[in-house]
Design a protein around this ligand. Structure first.
Ligand SMILES: [Zn+2]
Length: 377
């Protein structure tokens, strides 16, 4: 066991499955997550070079060829498209390699998008562990706040994809309505975010201080830590805004949001097939419907009109079920009786569409239909 190893087994004392217990992937997982971490850190510091030193403590990857093979395989798209260039050299001791990556700053967006996908795949075993912490912290918060969830809900709405609450410190003074504190949320890609609420002594200082603390507490368990501040005013929640300390953090966040929305829509789509409510979005209708019909401005009316239709209610339930998977309104959905489910589901669907945007939902579904057609041929 080595502290510097970033594999799941060295960092979480919570066994997920026998597969990962007896995994022979530890070195590979460590290598890939450390590369993602190193490149994200460089991007956050506005560099275009990352130097990563990586020890293979499980003796599963034993020579430079194997290191190179692993990188070529996992980062193939980035290397093939010339977004990422690499140099590998080895130290003669301790099974340690030094890998240097270079990229062009104009490629940051596609680099970030790809890294998020790669880290999501290799970070996966950690998500059970995060879920367990989230349950503990959420229950604790709920208990301490007597069920008053406004701040936490506001933050979750502002941070799609960051579904795990993994840490917080909170102080509130009821006599003058003043509260302040910090929250740490985590995502399926291993990207964490520290949000400092109502920073007292300089927001940048406060937020960076908490980032340092979080990076110590979660050493080996994260791929990148973003930092934002949030000003919460109980009397005027409309005014509350999330602000990033650094532009690049915001760019990483936007890319994560895009991936999250797409996988969310994918689940809606899969669920639609499972519940067999194909009629609403069936191929022919999608093709004959004009884009205007799905125009964002009309969504409100469109959804309200069609809530009456039974068929649509089924689709709405389908979407709601997917939304439930995504953690949106799960309890409301679960607790409701059948008739209520429909109503809740329709409302939820309206909210979901409002959040993701119908335009995006439409183009995504269309893309999937095209893909399916190509597969059939
Ligand atoms: Zn390890």
């Amino acid at each position: 066991m080595s502290v510097s190893c970033h594999c799941y087994n060295c960092n979480a004392n919570y066994p997920t499955s026998s597969f990962y217990l007896s995994s022979n992937n530890n070195d590979k997982q460590n290598l890939i997550l450390q590369i993602c971490k190193g490149i994200f850190e460089a991007i956050q510091n506005e560099n275009t070079i990352a130097e990563i030193s990586c020890s293979m403590s499980h003796r599963q990857i034993r020579n430079t060829n194997e290191v190179e093979e692993c990188i070529n395989e996992e980062f193939s798209q980035l290397i093939r498209n010339n977004v990422l260039r690499k140099e590998i050299s080895s130290y003669s001791i301790f099974n340690t390699w030094r890998i240097r990556f270079k990229w062009n700053e104009f490629n940051n967006d596609s680099l970030i998008k790809n890294l998020l996908k790669i880290s999501k795949e290799w970070y996966d075993p950690f998500t059970n562990y995060l879920q367990k912490i989230n349950n503990q912290k959420s229950n604790k918060w709920f208990y301490e706040q007597n069920g008053e969830n406004a701040i936490l809900n506001n933050l979750k709405n502002l941070l799609p994809g960051f579904k795990y609450l993994v840490e917080y410190s909170w102080n509130s003074y009821h006599y003058n309505n003043y509260c302040y504190g910090d929250f740490v949320f985590a995502s399926d890609s291993g990207i964490f975010i520290v949000v400092t609420v109502n920073a007292r002594d300089g927001r940048r200082f406060q937020a960076l201080k908490y980032k340092n603390k979080a990076s110590e507490n979660f050493e080996g368990k994260y791929v990148a830590i973003l930092v934002a501040t949030y000003n919460h005013d109980e009397d005027d929640s409309e005014k509350a805004t999330l602000e990033f300390i650094d532009d690049n953090d915001e760019i990483i966040m936007q890319n994560l949001k895009g991936i999250y929305n797409n996988s969310f829509l994918q689940r809606c789509y899969n669920n639609r097939i499972e519940t067999n409510s194909l009629q609403r979005y069936d191929n022919n209708r999608i093709e004959t419907n004009s884009l205007q019909r799905y125009d964002n401005n009309r969504i409100g009316t469109l959804v309200r009109e069609e809530q009456i239709e039974d068929q649509v209610a089924k689709v709405a339930v389908g979407i709601a079920a997917a939304a439930a998977v995504a953690g949106v309104g799960y309890l409301a959905y679960k607790a409701a009786s059948n008739k209520t489910v429909r109503k809740e589901a329709s409302e939820l669907a309206t909210e979901v569409i409002a959040r993701v945007g119908f335009g995006l939902a439409y183009s995504f579904i269309k893309e999937l239909e095209e893909e399916k057609k190509r597969e059939r041929k």
